[in-house]
Design a binder for this molecule. Structure first.
Ligand code: SF4
Length: 274
């Protein structure tokens, strides 16, 4: 961390208010919280960092923010802009290089790569949180992610399920929050471009490299939204009981929010050339 900070333009009011409402509705941030943000380097987590920094300046409660990036050592993950940029954000930054892709070659058993990757990442984030005394883990999934997850779960799993907005992990020592759960993906995309955030476009070693169930759900929802502009408002109302865990556990420790177990996604990405 250096003394110099590098402040991009402030997030738009619409994004701040969607995030603020979600934080308030689900009681996500409490006095004295020490929050670790899972920062993949994608547009969503980079936007969430700026939103949390902005909200912290005006929030009625005091809380700390730090960030952690898990580098999966895949071929396409290039953090050369992200790392120096993060060093100018004025917060603690943890950069964890883990051979997730290489480990998948030897340790994956009957899982999709995505499920394996998700478990590894979550385990690393929990370890960093425990080692450094963070009691909250913030993740950057937005409303589009939650709606796609619901569709995938219904279509392929026969269950009404999506990611929870706020819950405590099985070990009981870390609260997981999703402050973007009311925000639309296009809001983070637009903001990340306007603010010139150092987005790593290939931050996922698997899912962005080939078509997935999630991409099919995204396209289906986009088609429906053309006919019904209030589609996501309706979906949010329908999902609220699932997001608050009223229908039982919906985001277990071993469950991957982006889980995709179609055969075409049981592949393992290429290793990064060192
Ligand atoms: S979506 Fe990509 S980065 Fe996230 S868990 Fe799946 S494979 Fe890993």
């Amino acid at each position: 961390m250096t003394g110099r900070t590098d402040r991009p333009s402030a997030p738009p009011r619409s994004l701040l208010s969607a995030t603020g409402r979600a934080i308030r509705d689900f009681d996500m941030i409490r006095e004295g919280d020490r929050i670790l943000l899972g920062l993949s380097g994608g547009k969503d987590s980079l936007s969430l960092l700026q939103i949390l920094l902005d909200l912290r300046r005006r929030a009625p409660v005091r809380f700390e923010i730090a960030a952690c990036t898990v580098d999966p050592q895949s071929e396409d993950f290039n953090p050369s802009r992200l790392i120096p940029w993060m060093s100018r954000q004025g917060i603690a930054y943890h950069y964890e290089r883990q051979p997730i892709v290489a480990s998948a070659q030897t340790s994956m058993s009957g899982d999709s790569f995505c499920a394996f990757c998700s478990r590894m990442r979550r385990g690393i984030l929990y370890r960093v949180a425990r080692e450094n005394g963070y009691n909250v883990l913030a993740l950057a999934q937005h409303l589009d992610d939650l709606a796609e997850t619901l569709m995938m779960s219904m279509f392929f799993g026969g269950k009404l399920r999506t990611m929870q907005a706020h819950y405590t992990n099985d070990a009981g020592d870390v609260r997981i929050i999703r402050p973007l759960c009311y925000a639309r993906e296009r809001q983070t995309r637009d903001y990340s471009i306007r603010a010139g955030l150092p987005v790593i476009h290939d931050n996922c070693p698997a899912c962005f490299a080939m078509p997935t169930q999630r991409e099919a759900m995204k396209q289906m929802l986009a088609e429906q939204e053309k006919q019904n502009p209030r589609l996501f408002a309706s979906l949010l109302t329908a999902m609220k009981p699932l997001m608050s865990g009223q229908h039982g556990p919906t985001d277990g420790e071993s469950q991957n929010p982006r889980l995709d177990t179609t055969p075409q996604n049981m592949w393992i990405p290429r290793l990064r050339a060192e």
